[in-house]
Write a protein that binds this ligand. Structure first.
Ligand code: SAH
Length: 396
């Protein structure tokens, strides 16, 4: 087998020795690729002196030059990948709620498989390949998934920033079977949702918010709810199930709101046409005159890159400020950030500043993150991206 050797600079081996799964170009002393193995090949990462540290896949076009999977000097072959995938599948079997039919099966670094995401929607698997290493092993991975999970359909939906930084073009196609034209129906927290895999956002649904949707279901009884950035109605349906008096859903995507409306009907909830508002949330929060008891803010990642953090902080502050202004004593705000460059600490500071400018007394009732089917490798805190705070406005 062709293999690449990557020698690190002196004193730059600590993070790999600590099982961090990335090697940045700046830490590399030299790459030795005698057989011309190239992008996606297996790489042995060594200290400056040549002592073995870890094995992974090589990405010559990315700043993250190596993504590591194995800290033993043994091959990353079918048996190893099969073991990792089986571990990931078994983990979900331990905690997924009975009746739920959608969850993340493989969460990239969080499952020891950098560059690979697999989501399950009923009997459809959606595979997202983000690195050259995984791209080369796509067929093998699909065979393993087929053996382990026997899906009716495997659909590849590979896109996103990581992939483009690898120099790989976006790619979407069925690898096994065909996606049903009408969408795929899933069940989550006792609710039915239609998922638009090919046309929708991400792999079709924001699975990471599952437990936060359940939280909202438990809080919504009798409340007037505003669900901002609602997408296909995840939090909307949860609030309705929890007995909300009325839920207004706001999103800039008409097709997302159409699906939200369809999902409401699918569950037998009666909603008015004007409960779904196609508009910009930033503007809506300034203009709306109704009052609410519970507001959900789940914007898209406002800081996609490190350089965006400052402008994202301003935008997060803006929406939170205007949402807090709409709440009276006892009112609740579930405020989320899914920007990996915004830390929980920074997000809390932004919320502090929004509360202060709104002139409100605000308490943190809970701090939340992704559902556990999105595990985080303890050595790779970068994969922790979803932070949510449940806030309460207190009458002063
Ligand atoms: N809470 C949802 C996921 C939200 S994803 C769930 O649980 O499924 C973010 C959503 O914000 C997307 O649907 C996107 O269309 C919408 N969006 C992005 N920018 C927006 C803006 N400025 N105003 C309104 N909606 C916006």
């Amino acid at each position: 087998m062709k293999i690449i050797h990557c020698y690190l600079k002196k004193n730059r081996d600590k993070s790999v020795a600590n099982r961090h799964p990335w090697v940045f170009s700046g830490a590399i002393h030299k790459i030795v690729d005698e057989d011309g193995a190239g992008a996606g090949a297996e790489v042995r990462v060594l200290t400056y002196e040549g002592k073995f540290l870890a094995r992974g896949f090589y990405s010559p076009d990315s700043q993250i030059r190596c993504r590591l999977l194995r800290w033993q000097d043994k091959p990353i072959d079918r048996a190893f990948l099969g073991k990792k995938i089986r571990q990931a599948v078994a983990l979900r079997a331990d905690f997924m709620r009975q009746g739920d039919t959608a969850w993340r099966v493989i969460n990239s670094e969080g499952d020891g498989l950098p560059g690979l995401v697999v989501d399950r929607y009923a009997d459809v698997l959606v595979v997202q390949i983000m690195t050259a290493g995984m791209e080369q092993r796509k067929e093998m991975i699909c065979e393993i998934l087929e053996n382990e999970l026997s899906p009716a359909v495997i659909y590849e939906k590979s896109d996103g920033i990581i992939r483009s930084e690898e120099g790989l073009a976006a790619h979407a196609a069925a690898l096994k079977g065909e996606l049903p034209r009408e969408g795929v129906e899933i069940s989550e927290n006792g609710l039915r949702y239609m998922v638009d895999i090919a046309g929708g956002q991400k792999t079709g649904f924001y699975l990471d918010q599952r437990d936060n949707r359940a939280l909202i279901a438990g809080l919504a009884r009798g409340k007037r709810v505003l669900n901002c950035f609602s997408y296909s109605g995840g939090f909307t349906l949860s609030a309705l199930k929890g007995g909300a008096e009325r839920v207004i859903s706001v999103d800039s995507s008409r097709s997302a709101l159409k699906l939200a409306q369809r999902n409401c009907e699918l569950n037998g909830f009666t909603c008015a046409e004007d409960d779904f508002v196609v508009t910009d949330v930033f503007q809506y929060l300034r203009d709306v005159e109704s009052s609410f008891d519970l507001i959900i803010l789940d914007p898209p990642a406002l800081a996609k890159h490190k350089r965006d953090v400052e402008s994202a902080a301003r935008a997060y502050k803006d929406v939170n400020l205007h949402a807090l202004k709409l709440l009276q004593g006892g009112g609740l705000l579930l405020s989320c950030s899914c920007s990996r460059h915004v830390s929980p600490d920074l997000f809390q500071k932004i919320l502090f500043s929004a509360a202060s400018d709104a002139g409100k007394t605000v308490r943190i009732l809970a701090e939340r993150a992704h559902a556990p089917d999105h595990p985080i490798d303890i050595y790779h805190p970068e994969s922790r991206y979803l932070h949510a705070f449940l806030l309460q406005v207190v009458e002063s």
